[in-house]
Design a protein around this ligand. Sequence first.
Ligand SMILES: Cc1cc2nc3c(=O)[nH]c(=O)nc-3n(C[C@H](O)[C@H](O)[C@H](O)COP(=O)(O)OP(=O)(O)OC[C@H]3O[C@@H](n4cnc5c(N)ncnc54)[C@H](O)[C@@H]3O)c2cc1C
Ligand code: FES
Length: 256
Amino acid sequence: MSAISCELTVLEQTAPAADIRRLAVQWQDRSHEPHAGQFYMLRAWAADATPLLSRPISVHDFDERTGALTFLYQVKGEGTQKLAALKAGDTLTVTGPCGNGFDAAALAKAGKIAVVGGGIGTAPLLLLCKALARAGARPDLYVGFRDEPYGLEAFVPWCASINLATDSGVQGHHGLVTDLLNPADYSLVLTCGPMVMMRGVAKLCAAAEVRCLASLEGKMACGLGACLGCTCHTKVGPKTVCKDGPVFDAQEVFEL
Ligand SMILES: Cc1cc2nc3c(=O)[nH]c(=O)nc-3n(C[C@H](O)[C@H](O)[C@H](O)COP(=O)(O)OP(=O)(O)OC[C@H]3O[C@@H](n4cnc5c(N)ncnc54)[C@H](O)[C@@H]3O)c2cc1C
Ligand code: FES
């Protein structure tokens, strides 16, 4: 589905953790509704103001009934600091929905599914778990955080189980999320998070001969496949993360 650019109104912005924000905006265009794994280019500053580029943020949740579109993001630098200053009633410019995303209806036919996330990489996984559950395939969720986890309560209605690991040991398994995952228990594994984690997940899946799809990040300028700035090398040639991805077959993008 093609992306559009428009101005949206903020419904609310909350802080589930110190450097994490949940931003809800009102999406109006019913002919361009987002699906799981897609993202938007967000801009809460003037066209001639810094930072130069809009910031790509994944769809965290979408309510088809009300049109409420939610993002979950980590405040890192100038762009996300400017997004964090938005309050209910403010407006921002967005372009999207961008990217291929996950085809949840088709994936749900695979059988038993594991969804694996790390840190803020869990952001796009909520709508994915919701869509899989609605398509009849409630997944097992595996999540890893450095320290205190956030946002997990929203996953409870959509997942068969939630398996948590933390680096600090503050909650759940003290160690890596990959310690908890046995891909042989599944027919499909879907992952988003730090590259090192996704590579680890992809390796385990390759060893168990289980299909794995990974949602990649890339430095994005246009988000629409026009500038080629986010091109990545895959086993089937160069591809843009923003348009051909961000979801790729892990075998295509990782050396395993
Ligand atoms: C498809 C996609 C989906 C994403 N979804 C989320 C999400 O749901 N939640 C979330 O917290 N983060 C997400 N990110 C990462 C997010 O875009 C960056 O954290 C954000 O752009 C940082 O901008 P900044 O100005 O605050 O920080 P800066 O200080 O400018 O940059 C911090 C780091 O963010 C990355 N970054 C900066 N600008 C861009 C850009 N234009 N494109 C890609 N990366 C950039 C760079 O790695 C940089 O080192 C996503 C990135 C991509 C590519
Ligand atoms: S960001 Fe321009 S082609 Fe991907």
